[in-house]
Design a protein around this ligand. Structure first.
Ligand SMILES: Cc1cc2nc3c(=O)[nH]c(=O)nc-3n(C[C@H](O)[C@H](O)[C@H](O)COP(=O)(O)OP(=O)(O)OC[C@H]3O[C@@H](n4cnc5c(N)ncnc54)[C@H](O)[C@@H]3O)c2cc1C
Length: 544
């Protein structure tokens, strides 16, 4: 490849791998993908059960925490983000949820034309091979594998029965015709392995001569000639490298680092940039509007241990991990993440406003072995989650030094509507937990515990435990910072394609939405979108 590139993509996460792969399908386009982390081949990334260790130890992680949260007793919220090829798609829980069609229609109505559900549906179908088969709603030949998976534990059946008895909707495909209700969980897993944006998109493209992937390389700022981006500056192996780009710079560095990169390049709130000694190119609300789903975890004892605790006996667990790694089969190919139910808590709501995440294991589940480490006391948990909280936070620079981490202010519960809404979710979760269907599995409520009953007691408990749910988004939203083609306003050849670009949160976990946005953005960049229907081939050559 020559000294310059046509496209430079900064960040090889969920979105960046899609962009690099799709753009390099055009053999005449020279593409550089810059990633701050290293390779993703570690077994704990590849084997689904390994996610528990990734999370606990914060492996392949940027190591960020929020600033002290004023409405959460000054607590800092842990902010996990993948720093590795695949980005957060290499360390996430693999849940595959699109959100509700009404979310995308709301986007289109509120200033994001082209993003209605009817228009994005072909792109959603394009990203996936759904194990349940192709139909009106689902794709059958895309790079990401999606499977309905449920651990073999009767507690899950009891949970679904409890939801039904409580009057909530039921669904057998929450990414299909019926998006809300209790039912089976879907995961981005293929042949027993994590189906990340590396395994699905980047690896099959790795042999292309027109694609260069720079790992352990950290982008610092975009280089401009007037309002035109002409390249990017990045650090790799102790050196500063300036890579020229003939066509476009595409930021895919994630919800915190894409706004950081824009601000370091002079695009952001003018006062803040001046405070940091950065020359202002454009005064835009970059980094504002940070949103995340908000949740609190209830826990219950489980008197008779379930099958997951048997699996966690160290010798069995090791054997299962090895078997899953070598053959892609067995219990370690399932995520210990449980089930999700998206529900409407009031009649007439257009989209679900609450999610219940259900886990059939306690928070401190760990490997054990007789005589060495005793097994843990078994339990289960319900996590009510606000899907559309009103509180907004922001991302700011800590300094003009590109190697510094940005400062994250979630400001959770800053909007007075959020606390009573989450309290209502806690009460609903409790009511579900104490239904007769769960009687055979339920011991004492351990968190918040039977003494926490009044509104005041519940509110105090929520402030002491509530967390964001790893779905931060919307810091460079379409409308305020980007045009509907994801171009930075006022800059023809700079785009942001990742969680930052979402106008607001969808009613589901956001990885699938970001994959969809990246697929559609690739076509927009190449100028080959024809109406709503994808014109590029659905599968990737060489895809597994
Ligand atoms: C623990 C956890 C569990 C989750 N579980 C789920 C789930 O089950 N289902 C779901 O839908 N969502 C889940 N999510 C959320 C989802 O995975 C993320 O929202 C999504 O992966 C974000 O994609 P992205 O492309 O915006 O950013 P990322 O995937 O984070 O990609 C950004 C990439 O840019 C790189 N980068 C950053 N700065 C620079 C720089 N300056 N130079 C070069 N490279 C840089 C990063 O290292 C990273 O690789 C989870 C998130 C976490 C943290």
């Amino acid at each position: 490849m020559g000294p310059g590139y046509d496209y430079i993509v900064a960040g090889a996460g969920t979105a960046g791998c899609v962009l690099a792969s799709r753009l390099s399908e055009d053999g005449a386009a020279r593409v550089l993908l810059i990633e701050a982390g290293g390779h993703d081949r570690h077994p704990l990334i590849q084997v689904p059960l390994g996610v528990a260790y990734l999370s606990k130890r914060r492996l392949f992680d940027w190591g960020c925490n929020s600033e002290p949260e004023p409405h959460l007793n000054g607590r800092r919220i842990p902010v996990r983000r993948g720093k590795v090829l695949g980005g957060t798609s290499s360390v996430n829980l693999m849940l595959f949820t699109r959100g509700h069609p009404g979310d995308y229609d709301r986007w289109a109505e509120n200033g994001a034309p082209g993003w209605s559900y009817q228009e994005v549906l072909p792109w959603f179908k394009r990203i996936e091979t759904f194990a349940g088969g192709e139909n009106t709603w689902r794709g059958g030949a895309g790079p990401i594998g999606v499977e309905c998976i449920r651990a073999n534990d009767p507690l899950y059946d009891a949970w679904i029965a409890a939801g039904k008895a409580a009057g909530y909707a039921q669904t057998n495909d929450y990414n299909g015709a019926q998006t809300d209700g209790f039912g089976c969980g879907q995961y981005s897993i293929r042949k027993g392995r994590r189906s990340s944006s590396v395994t699905a998109y980047l690896r099959p493209a790795a042999g292309r001569r027109n694609l260069r992937v720079a790992t352990n390389a950290r982008a610092g700022r975009i280089l401009f000639d007037g309002a035109r981006a002409v390249g990017i500056e990045y650090r790799q192996g102790g050196q500063t490298i300036r890579a020229p780009a003939a066509r476009e710079i595409i930021l895919c560095a994630g919800v915190f680092n894409s706004p950081q990169l824009l601000m370091l390049s002079g695009i952001g709130p003018a006062d803040h940039l001046r405070e940091q000694g950065i020359r202002v190119l454009a005064d835009l609300p970059v980094g504002e509007n940070l949103q995340d789903h908000l949740s609190a975890q209830l826990m219950f004892a489980r008197p008779k241990p379930g099958p997951f605790r048997d699996l966690m006996r160290a010798d069995r667990m090791m054997r299962c991990m090895l078997y899953a790694y070598l053959f892609g089969r067995g219990p370690a190919t399932r995520v210990p993440g449980g089930l999700q139910a998206f529900v409407k808590t009031a009649p007439g709501l257009r989209v679900p406003d609450m999610e219940f995440m259900f886990r059939a294991s306690p928070l401190d589940a760990h490997p054990w072995f007789p005589g060495i480490r005793p097994p843990y006391a078994d339990g289960f948990g319900i996590r009510p989650t606000l899907l559309h909280p009103r509180s907004r936070g922001r991302v700011r620079l800590a300094s003009a030094d590109p190697s510094a981490l940005p400062r994250i202010f979630f400001d959770l519960l800053s909007d007075p509507a959020d606390l009573p809404a989450l309290r209502d979710g806690v009460r609903r979760a409790r009511e579900l937990a104490f239904r007769v269907e769960l009687d055979p599995f339920r011991g004492q409520e351990t968190q918040p515990g039977p003494n926490v009953q009044s509104d005041g007691e519940l509110d105090a408990w929520i402030r002491s435990v509530a967390v964001a749910t790893h779905h931060p988004a919307c810091t460079c939203p379409i409308g305020a910072v980007l045009d509907p083609s994801l171009r930075v306003l006022g800059f023809d050849n700079v785009r942001v394609v990742d969680a930052s670009a979402m106008p607001d949160l969808v009613s589901g976990h956001i990885n699938a939405c970001i994959l969809m946005m990246a697929e559609r953005a690739s076509a927009l960049v190449r100028g080959i979108e024809a109406g709503a229907a994808p014109v590029m081939s659905t599968s990737l050559s060489g895809s597994p």
